[in-house]
Design a protein. Structure first.
Length: 155
């Protein structure tokens, strides 16, 4: 996250941490970000003549949020506008442009096209099992099943 806006500062000063915020803080610590980015990077869009693509890490984080919270593409876009904890987890400030639902969909399709979605969750699950986080590992196995179901449902 680069620059914090006034609303980001105000949000940081609130007292109670929600279950969603605790979950995201745990995922921030246990997800092997560099390994996942290395898995996706060869297939990611490069800067060309068009608009600059969103950072790969931001799109990966949005993809994970979408699956963890079972949100379709338009709902994910709206959630990023409305829910500060999701926006911050995705490394977006309130003043940063939010990816549109078609951008989110295109990233999901990129992962599906190159069969990376299952690989992402396999890397996460393997890491969690290695670190002896069995409860998280079971949650990710469940999530992986939902992703497969979601991918077949949205085609």
């Amino acid at each position: 996250m680069s620059h914090l806006s006034f609303s980001d500062f105000e949000y940081a000063g609130k007292r109670k941490q929600t279950r969603r915020e605790r979950f995201l803080a745990e995922m921030e610590q246990v997800v092997p970000w560099s390994g996942l980015l290395a898995l996706i990077e060869p297939y990611s869009p490069k800067t060309g003549g068009g608009r600059k693509p969103y950072p790969l890490e931001t799109m990966l984080r949005i993809h994970l949020l979408q699956n963890w919270f079972a949100l379709r593409d338009p709902a994910m876009e709206e959630a990023l506008y409305e829910i500060t904890s999701l926006r911050q987890f995705a490394r977006l400030t309130s003043s940063a442009p939010i990816p549109e639902d078609t951008t989110i969909m295109n990233f999901r399709h990129l992962l599906e096209k190159h069969l990376l979605a299952a690989g992402i969750f396999a890397v996460i699950n393997g890491y969690l099992q290695e670190k002896d986080c069995q409860g998280f590992a079971e949650a990710f196995l469940h999530t992986l099943g939902r992703i497969r179901q979601f991918a077949s449902f949205t085609r």
